[in-house]
Every structure is written in C-alpha cells, then in structure tokens.
Design a protein around this ligand. Structure first.
Ligand code: 3AM
Length: 169
C-alpha cells in the first residue's frame, strides 16, 4: 500500500487552491491536480504492507497535533518533474510538525521523505512552462490541526487518494 501523511485543506481553501490551479494551468500547461487531491504532503512513506498501514493508522489516530496557521503567499516550481506549487515561508510550527513526524516514523522503522522539507501544495505536474509565467499574487491563510494518513492508488484518471486515519481533533 502506497502511503503518505498530509494536511488536507478545508473545503473553502481547497476551492481557492483549485482556482489557482486553473490559473496556473492556463499559464504553464501540464496536468492540473484534481480538486479532491489537493493537499500538503508532510511525509511520503512509500509502499507498506497492510499490517504496517494498520499500525500507522493507530499511531496517527492516537496523536493530537499542535494546531498552527500557515500563510501561503508564493508560487514555486520544481523544474525537473515540472511541478508548479503554491506555498509560503517555512512556518516554524509546520517544520516542527514535519520533523517530529519523521522522527516518530524513524522509530517505527520507516525512512520517510523528504528529508529537506519545502512545504508546498502541488497544483500542476509535468508543466510545459513551470517557470517564467507571471502568476497573480497570493495571500491565503491555512489554519490546520489534523493530519491524515492517505492511501494512494493509481487509476486511469490519475491517483486516487483515500484517507485511512486522522490525528485527533
Ligand atoms: O504532494 P506532492 O506532490 O509534493 O510527489 C508525490 C506527492 O508529493 C510524493 O508524495 C506525494 C503524494 O503522492 N511522492 C510520490 N512518490 C514519491 C517518492 N518516490 C514521492 N516523494 C518521494 N519519493
């Protein structure tokens, strides 16, 4: 089972991310991430056996995160896979959260990625012009308090993400 940990935006913020994805797509081309799949990856866990997924669901389900707020105010891109994203300054709470999750996972024997965390929301993949486009200014705030363990499955229409567990409210 291909798993990752993520923050899932509340519906109104997800709608705004979707609008930004449309705008970015009209400038940069490529493949727009579906609204239902817009998220912030905290840790990619790779392929894990079912019993490990259950263990991880119990671990996350028993955890309460320190809530935080993150200001999204910048566009970015990863040139090689043509990813266009929105993000913000690395917010200390978010960085601490990612670090402590990675440490816990290491204790569970999982070498989670990325090691160097650039918090971002992927809007486009395989963009034809990932840089150089003049994209509109962004200023959005995300109040987060729960993380999700997500199952990623390939389909003909792209990846399907299914939350398997949530940290406590
Ligand atoms: O949220 P983003 O788009 O940054 O790119 C994948 C996506 O990240 C990443 O995990 C998230 C959920 O799929 N991902 C997929 N395969 C990966 C791998 N082999 C990976 N990250 C690191 N190594």
């Amino acid at each position: 089972m291909r798993l990752f940990l993520a923050l899932i935006p509340p519906p109104e913020l997800r709608r705004r991310f979707g609008e930004l994805a449309d705008t970015a797509h009209s400038h940069c081309g490529g493949r727009r991430v579906a609204d239902d799949n817009l998220h912030l990856t905290l840790a990619f866990l790779g392929e894990q056996p079912k019993h490990r997924a259950e263990e991880l669901a119990d671990w996350l389900g028993g955890m309460r995160l320190a809530p935080g707020q993150w200001r999204l105010d910048r566009w970015g891109h990863f040139a090689e896979p043509g990813i266009v994203w929105i993000g913000g300054a690395p917010e200390s709470g978010l960085t601490r959260l990612q670090h402590s999750l990675r440490e816990d996972l290491e204790g569970l024997g999982i070498d989670a990625r990325p090691r160097r965390f650039t918090p971002h929301i992927t809007l486009l993949r395989r963009a034809e012009h990932p840089s150089g486009a003049s994209l509109p200014e962004v200023a959005l705030d995300w109040s987060y308090s729960r993380a999700a363990l997500i199952l990623s499955e390939p389909t003909h229409q792209g990846s399907r993400y299914t939350p398997l567990a949530w940290s406590r409210a």
